[in-house]
Design a binder for this molecule. Structure first.
Ligand code: NAD
Length: 339
C-alpha cells in the first residue's frame, strides 16, 4: 500500500513537493490545501490534485472562481497517513496540534523552529535517524546545501573549522513584494541562523556563517573556507568526493557556466520540472586547495533543493527504504535528478 500524503500549503515549496510525491512509486498524493483561489489553485485542479481549503480560506470563494474543491483541510487530513506542512514560516507549529489529533505523522519545513519535530533532517546526513519517526523537520534551503557538503567533507577528510559567507537571494522569482531591489544588505547577527541550524544535524560541526542579502532571485551562493583535518591529495580528489555523492552537480570549465543564470538555463535545457536545480552546484574552477585549507563556491536553488529531502523524510518515517542510498536512488530516479 503506498503511503498517503497530504500537502498543506501549496506555495513555492508545497507545489513542488506535491508534484514530487505524485511521481513516487511508493506514495500517493491525497490532496493539497490552499487558503485562496489563485492560478496555483487552478493548476492543482488541472493536475487533478484534490484541492482542499486551508487556514482561514472560504469554500465559497473557490466555488465562485469556478474551482472544484474537495472539502476543508480537516477532511484532507482524514485521507492521509502523513502531512507535509509547507505553510509560511512559523505557521506549521500552529497546525501541530491538529495533526497530532488526527493521528498523523508530519513533515515540517525549515521556517519552523527545530523543536517542532523530533529531529531536523537532511537525507545524506541522518536518514537512518529518521526511520520510524513521527515528526521530522527538513532544514532550510541554505542549511540543506551546507549539510550535504558537510556530509561529504566530514566523512572523507574531517572538518577542523568552516566559515561560510552566504550570498542570499532577496526573494523567490514570484515574490514581487520583497526586496531589496538595489542594495546589498549585511545580516548583522553573527553567526547567522544557518550555523546553529546546521548544528541541529551535526552538533559538533565547527561552523560559522555570515550572511548578506543581494538583489537577485536566481539562487543563493555560498563562499566556503574550510580547514580540513586530513589534507586531500589534490583538488581532483575533492571533486571526486563530491562527484561520487548523489545530489552534487559539478560544472567543468568548458561548459562556460559563469554563474547562477547559466545554472538555471542548464536546468531549463535539461527539461527539469519548472527549471529547478535540486542538486548542490559546484564548479571545477571554483575549488581551491592549499594544504588542508579548502575554498569552494556552491550555488543553492532555494525553490527546489529541499524537495527531494521531503520525499526521503517520508520514506524514512514509514521505513520504506532502510538507508539513505536506497531512498535517494528511488527519489532521484522518479524526479529525474542525475549528475
Ligand atoms: P509560500 O508563501 O510560497 O507558500 C506558502 C503557501 O501556504 C501559500 O500558498 C499560502 O497561501 C499557504 N498557506 C498559508 N497559510 C495556510 C494554512 N493555514 N493552510 C494552508 N495553506 C496555507 O512559502 P514557501 O516559500 O513555500 O515556504 C514554506 C516553508 O518552506 C517555510 O517554512 C519556508 O521557510 C520553507 N522554505 C522556503 C524556501 C524558499 O526559498 N521559498 C526554501 C526552503 C524552505
Amino acid at each position: 500500500m503506498p503511503v498517503r500524503v497530504a500537502v498543506n500549503g501549496f506555495g513555492t515549496i508545497g507545489k513542488r513537493v506535491a508534484d514530487a510525491i505524485s511521481k513516487q512509486p511508493d506514495m500517493v498524493l491525497v490532496g493539497v490545501a490552499k487558503t485562496r483561489p489563485s492560478f496555483e489553485a487552478r493548476i492543482a485542479m488541472e493536475r487533478e490534485y484534490p484541492l482542499y481549503v486551508g487556514g482561514d480560506g472560504r469554500l465559497e470563494d473557490f466555488r465562485a472562481a469556478g474551482l472544484t474543491v474537495a472539502g476543508t483541510t480537516d477532511e484532507m487530513l482524514r485521507q492521509a497517513d502523513v502531512v507535509v506542512d509547507a505553510t509560511p514560516d512559523k505557521a506549521g507549529r500552529e497546525h501541530a496540534a491538529k495533526y497530532a489529533a488526527a493521528n498523523l505523522k508530519a513533515v515540517y519545513q525549515g521556517g519552523e523552529k527545530p523543536d517542532v519535530a523530533e529531529l531536523s533532517f537532511s537525507a545524506l546526513a541522518n536518514y537512518e535517524a529518521a526511520l520510524g519517526k513521527s515528526r521530522v523537520r527538513v532544514v532550510s534551503c541554505n542549511t540543506t546545501g551546507i549539510v550535504r557538503a558537510a556530509s561529504v567533507l566530514r566523512a572523507r577528510y574531517g572538518v577542523e573549522r568552516w566559515d561560510v559567507t552566504l550570498i542570499r537571494r532577496a526573494a523567490d522569482p514570484a515574490e514581487t513584494r520583497k526586496g531589496p531591489v538595489n542594495a546589498i544588505l549585511p545580516t548583522f547577527q553573527f553567526p547567522s541562523h544557518h550555523a546553529p541550524d546546521a548544528q541541529t544535524i551535526f552538533p559538533d560541526l565547527p561552523i560559522t556563517t555570515t550572511a548578506v542579502v543581494v538583489p537577485t532571485t536566481l539562487m543563493h551562493l555560498h563562499v566556503n573556507h574550510v580547514q580540513l583535518r586530513r589534507p586531500p591529495a589534490s583538488v581532483s580528489d575533492v571533486l571526486d568526493a563530491f562527484r561520487e555523492t548523489p545530489r552534487f552537480q559539478i560544472f567543468r570549465s568548458w561548459e562556460h557556466v559563469e554563474g547562477t543564470p547559466q545554472v538555471l538555463e542548464y536546468a531549463r535545457d535539461h527539461l527539469s520540472p519548472r527549471g529547478d536545480m535540486m542538486m548542490n552546484v559546484l564548479w571545477e574552477d571554483g575549488v581551491h586547495l592549499q594544504g588542508a585549507e579548502l575554498r569552494f563556491f556552491q550555488a543553492i536553488h532555494q525553490e527546489s533543493i529541499v524537495v527531494p529531502e521531503n520525499i526521503d523524510a517520508i520514506r524514512a518515517m514509514f521505513n520504506l527504504a532502510p538507508d539513505a542510498a536506497s531512498s535517494i536512488a528511488v527519489t532521484d530516479m522518479a524526479l529525474g535528478i542525475r549528475q
